[in-house]
Design a protein around this ligand. Structure first.
Ligand code: ZN
Length: 212
């Protein structure tokens, strides 16, 4: 990812000014680092909120198509919550309701693949990895140390179960791939044999053997 250097410098100056005020008398690098971490996390959360809200279409539609085939009417701007690696992100978006089937929807959520109230994929996979390694309570404490906010043991458990399912799917895929490769190797070997060359595998490296 390439960021504009001058932009980054402008942000860095703002961050440095902010922690300078925050720290005042304290001079140590440890306090400085800690405050910078908190500040970056808070700023990133707000940045994400703005980025999401900026995705709302400028001119509000009064109606949008509903899945049932009818039109959903604009109700109001509603608050929603999303759990991210920067903590809880609150944002507002336009909400529409269908009078026919009573399904509500937000085009902004759909646009970005957001499920309000849920944990993002990045946070979910981090929690899933932790939850596999240690007990849920410990995972929750570890997550707080790394991410600077607390998620419940229950959230860790839920993400770990989801992670476990994804892991099982991935492993199934690897096994299938390995089996396909094995049959491919067998086919290649028989082809090589027929063409008068045999490949022998030594420590995983294929060494061609020439027939005399
Ligand atoms: Zn509907």
């Amino acid at each position: 990812m390439e960021f504009t250097t001058t932009r980054l410098e402008q942000i860095a100056i703002l961050l440095a000014d902010e922690i300078k005020e925050e720290l005042a008398e304290k001079q140590g690098i440890n306090e400085m680092e800690q405050v910078m971490r908190e500040l970056v996390k808070e700023t990133a959360g707000l940045g994400l909120q703005r980025a999401i809200e900026q995705g709302e279409e400028r001119y509000a539609e009064k109606e949008v198509a509903c899945r049932c085939g009818e039109q959903a009417k604009f109700v109001s701007k509603r608050e929603a919550v999303l759990w991210t690696v920067f903590g809880k992100v609150d944002y507002k978006r336009r909400y529409y309701l269908c009078a026919e089937c009573h399904q509500g929807q937000s085009p902004l959520d759909r646009k970005y693949g957001i499920v309000p109230g849920q944990v993002t994929q990045t946070l979910s996979s981090l929690l899933g990895v932790l939850g596999v390694e240690v007990a849920f309570e410990e995972a929750s404490q570890l997550a707080e140390r790394f991410l600077l906010f607390r998620v419940s043991d229950n959230t860790v458990r839920k993400q770990t179960e989801g992670h476990g399912n994804a892991q099982a799917q991935a492993e199934k895929g690897w096994i299938e791939k390995a089996e396909n490769e094995k049959s491919l190797q067998v086919r290649e070997r028989s082809l090589a044999y027929r063409s008068g060359r045999i490949c022998a595998s030594m420590d995983g490296a294929h060494v061609p053997l020439q027939h005399n």
